[in-house]
Write a protein that binds this ligand. Structure first.
Ligand code: F6R
Length: 244
């Protein structure tokens, strides 16, 4: 595991965007695995800026996102489809036909998960997968569990997550209760993995996930077994790790 220390959120966003940019420059037709959440927003802004300045070309890139809420239509502003469009896809020259997310509106979970695994495989596998880190060590929607889930699957959201998400929706009924997510096995098959982490509130989980034992109770700990992981984290997130 390579740990790249950034000064703060801005610096993390810059360094992580450079890693993605290098991937696109080195392999213009690469498959990028993308994430949503608050952490990657700054890095997506940098990619948009470099595209606008003529320094980055997404014309041949394929993207596959980690996860999507089950049951949310694309136009719902809480869907990950909407997030990706409003933070990246609508502002760069990525071909919309080569952007992929699990289809939250497909009610047939088994069929949707199988379809998504096939999409990733047919694209040739993921060259670089971007990940954020949940406070409990989750990656994608892979929550602490007794075993690592291998492939794309449907998860029941925890009461805590549903409760936390309620404020973003017009009514409690609209809050998704399930999500489709790449499995740990899907993520581990990516050739390279880039993890972005920021903030003192992530310091404990950074230490546990990357310096503690590998266990499905801390899903991100499995990344210690991947041959090519780069973690770009700011000083606050690394404050509990002994990097000397
Ligand atoms: C996003 C995702 C999640 C987030 C994680 C961290 O697609 O799958 O695992 O990466 O919840 O979220 P933030 O960045 O908001 O702290």
């Amino acid at each position: 595991m390579k740990i790249v220390k950034a000064k703060d959120y801005e610096d993390m966003s810059l360094k992580a965007a450079k890693v993605i940019s290098a991937q696109v420059i080195m392999k213009p037709n690469c498959v990028l695995g993308l994430a949503t959440g608050s952490t990657p927003i700054g890095l997506y802004k940098n990619l948009v800026q470099w595209y606008n300045e003529g320094n980055l070309d997404f014309g041949d890139v394929t993207t596959v996102n980690l996860d999507e809420y089950r049951g949310l239509p694309k136009e719902n502003d809480q869907s990950y489809y909407y997030f990706m469009h409003t933070n990246l896809f609508d502002y760069v020259n990525v071909n919309p036909e080569r952007t992929n997310l699990p289809d939250g509106t497909n009610p047939d979970a088994e069929q949707e998960c199988a379809r998504y695994e096939a999409v990733i495989q047919e694209a040739g596998g993921i060259d670089l997968q971007l990940l954020g880190l949940g406070h409990n060590g989750h990656i994608g929607f892979n929550e602490p569990a007794d075993a690592f889930d291998k492939e794309t699957h449907c998860v029941d959201l925890t009461e805590r997550t549903i409760e936390a998400n309620k404020r973003f929706f017009a009514s409690a009924d609209e809050v998704p209760k399930q999500a489709y997510t790449m499995g740990i096995g899907t993520i581990m098959k990516a050739k390279k993995i880039l993890v972005v982490v920021s903030g003192a509130d992530k310091a404990d989980i950074v230490k546990e996930a990357f310096f503690g034992p590998v266990t499905p109770q801390v899903p991100a700990s499995v990344l210690q077994l991947h041959p090519d992981v780069t973690i770009v984290a700011d000083e606050a997130a690394l404050s509990k790790c002994d990097l000397s």
